[in-house]
Design a protein around this ligand. Structure first.
Ligand SMILES: Nc1ncnc2c1ncn2[C@@H]1O[C@H](COP(=O)(O)OP(=O)(O)OP(=O)(O)O)[C@@H](O)[C@H]1O
Length: 235
């Protein structure tokens, strides 16, 4: 007889999506998608404009008008959960369009995103699996945000705002993040910092699922990828 104390933690995916379908009104945009992401893994969704990448991330997060199928995150069935409930369990979501408070400073945006330490949200592992972020740690991860911490967010470039959106999401101490096209429309120097940031999150044991049109970027940062074509996902 063999015994192993933690086999489920190693093999159970952090995110397990099975048979996911999603619609906008009568139009189905995602068909029977299966995908998994484990802890410390970066997975890319690659596809052209309109292939359904954003819709897939929104369907996982519970942001589509209608979805069916099964979504399990950190051992919790979130198939019918509201987006805020998924977020409370430690699933972070960074949309394509920047969501920052333009009237607040960089520091103000980070403070708004801060959350208390999450306890016992993960049925599969101890809560130490989710890194705990502070403003200092965020500035270490995004060095170019530090010198502009007192600047109004409205006075930042698009790429810097994109970084701040990611940084603010991290302040909620997620176990995993869904990143919608992190490299889109940002300057090469910021693309590089985004890649380093994603690899740092992986290094801390977080799961990352990102959508990308830029296959070069996706191959650079990801361990695996899925291809999406007209709402159909293939490994
Ligand atoms: N709010 C919406 N209402 C109706 N249809 C939509 C809506 N948003 C997207 N769609 C349609 O859903 C399909 C998938 O779009 P989605 O945005 O998920 O693709 P994508 O791969 O993320 O592309 P992009 O990179 O352009 O965002 C497309 O046919 C698109 O036209």
């Amino acid at each position: 007889m063999t015994h192993s104390s933690t086999p489920n933690i190693a093999i159970t995916p952090l995110l397990n999506v099975q048979g996911l379908n999603a619609w906008y009104g009568a139009a189905q945009v995602l068909f029977d998608a299966d995908l998994q992401v484990t802890r410390g893994e970066v997975v890319a969704l690659i596809g052209r404009n309109g292939a359904g990448k954003s819709s897939t991330l929104k369907a996982i997060m519970g942001l589509m008008p209608r979805r069916t199928g099964r979504v399990v995150f950190a051992g919790h069935d979130i198939s019918n959960a509201e987006p805020y409930q998924a977020a409370r369990l430690g699933l972070g979501y960074v949309p394509e369009d920047r969501r920052i408070f333009t009237d607040l400073t960089v520091l103000g945006n980070l403070q708004v995103g801060a959350q208390a330490k999450r306890r016992l949200a993960d049925k599969l592992a101890s809560d130490s699996a989710a890194p705990q972020w502070s403003v200092e740690k965020i500035f270490a991860l995004f060095p170019n945000l530090a010198p502009m911490q007192h600047r109004l967010a409205s006075h930042m470039s698009g790429g810097e705002q994109q970084m701040l959106t990611v940084a603010r999401t991290l302040m909620g101490n997620p176990q995993m993040v869904l990143l919608d096209e992190p490299s889109e429309g940002v300057a090469p120097v910021i693309v590089e910092q985004m890649a380093e940031m994603i690899l740092a999150l992986k290094g801390q044991g977080m799961g990352v699922l990102l959508s990308e049109q830029n296959t070069h970027f996706a191959q650079w940062v990801s361990d695996r990828s899925y291809r999406l074509d007209r709402g159909v996902l293939t490994a």
